[in-house]
Design a protein around this ligand. Structure first.
Ligand code: SF4
Length: 84
């Protein structure tokens, strides 16, 4: 697993608890930091690949990552259906 991108993370040195809010509503501070992070996409893809179940990664909460995964599955299924 290549996580060299983490060297450039905007959250380096910050309180990790910011990224583990109790509710999605409390995730705003983390999301604001992620929005300005140069490695946001790599971080999000890492969390999706590794099935991270907790915390804000790449600006997305667990619930939001699940939505992304479901949407990608639907898109792949549609692409297979239209190709086949
Ligand atoms: S996107 Fe957010 S959680 Fe991911 S490395 Fe950047 S600041 Fe940290």
């Amino acid at each position: 697993m290549d996580i060299a991108w983490a060297e450039e993370a905007a959250c380096r040195g910050l309180d990790p608890m910011i990224f583990y809010p109790s509710t999605d509503e409390e995730a705003e501070q983390a999301k604001e930091i992620c929005a300005g992070c140069p490695v946001q996409t790599a971080c999000l893809e890492h969390a999706i690949d590794e099935r991270e179940h907790n915390g804000v990664w790449g600006g997305a909460t667990e619930r939001e990552r699940q939505r992304i995964i479901r949407r990608r599955r639907r898109q792949r299924a549609l692409a297979r259906a239209s190709a086949g």
